[in-house]
Design a protein around this ligand. Structure first.
Ligand code: UDP
Length: 236
């Protein structure tokens, strides 16, 4: 079964490559190629980029900055990532639109829900940058919010090296086991750290499935679009 409309969440970290910081154009191009292959399967696809490879609001707040200002810097970081991804996708012939939650119309389109849906219907990949546009949120919450707004069938949570949700951290606990399926109630009761609580609650309340998988394995984004990836599915 192939999904019709998906929302892909890519963390900022995934764009940084081995340096662990900033944007590695080669890594971004590789992700873009995976996205292109997945898109060719005939799914409508929107992407939310994180910004943690450049700046996280909490880091600034921990250093004494006002949280809201630090968070706006984080949102700007997600826009830099969005533009890098758009550039990589366009370099391989994929039609894209980058939409920002904070208006910056010389750089990208402002986010307008109906326009975003129209782009998807026309087969364009839409990149949602700038998070929700409000401080105190994360890009995981952005993914849940935008998925609800555009009526996505699923959020594809592409992870960097982790192939699903485990009972404990597999790097620390050798007895950790991977879950194939979970409900949102399981996630809340077991306090599993997949997304922040706001994002999980939004997904649960709006009945949005979540597919967690390892993006570093070539071809997994396409498999996830077909609901065939070896990861963890979370649903109601
Ligand atoms: N951010 C925000 N509001 C949002 C989304 C993001 O304030 O709606 C800020 C926040 O400071 C966050 C930063 O942008 O730390 C980068 O996003 P996130 O940490 O979610 O990126 P990721 O961990 O996915 O790379």
């Amino acid at each position: 079964m192939r999904y019709n409309r998906v929302l892909l969440k890519i963390s900022g970290e995934a764009l940084a490559g081995v340096k662990g910081f900033g944007i590695d154009p080669e890594v971004v191009l590789n992700i873009a190629k995976q996205i292109k292959d997945a898109h060719k399967k005939g799914v409508e696809m929107a992407v939310v980029c994180g910004g943690g490879n450049i700046w996280r609001g909490k880091t600034g707040a921990d250093m004494g900055m006002e949280r809201a200002s630090a968070d706006y810097m984080g949102m700007l970081a997600t826009i830099m990532n969005g533009l890098a991804l758009q550039n990589a996708l366009e370099s391989i012939g994929v039609d894209t639109r980058c939409m920002t939650a904070i208006e910056m119309k010389e750089v990208a389109e402002p986010y307008i829900r109906r326009r975003a849906v129209r782009h998807l219907e026309k087969g364009r990949i839409v990149i949602f940058a700038g998070g929700t546009g409000s401080p105190y949120f994360t890009t995981d919450t952005t993914a849940a919010l935008r998925a609800a707004e555009i009526n996505a069938d699923v959020i594809l949570m592409a992870k960097n090296g982790v192939d699903g949700v485990y009972s404990a951290d597999p790097k620390i606990d050798p007895k950790a086991t991977k879950y194939d399926r979970l409900t949102y109630l399981d996630v809340l009761n077991k306090d599993l750290k997949i997304m922040d609580q706001t994002a999980i609650t939004l997904c649960k309340d709006n009945d949005i499935d979540l597919s967690v998988f390892n993006m570093q394995q070539e071809g997994n984004i396409a498999l996830a679009c077909e609901n065939k990836v070896n990861g963890t599915i979370i649903s109601k």
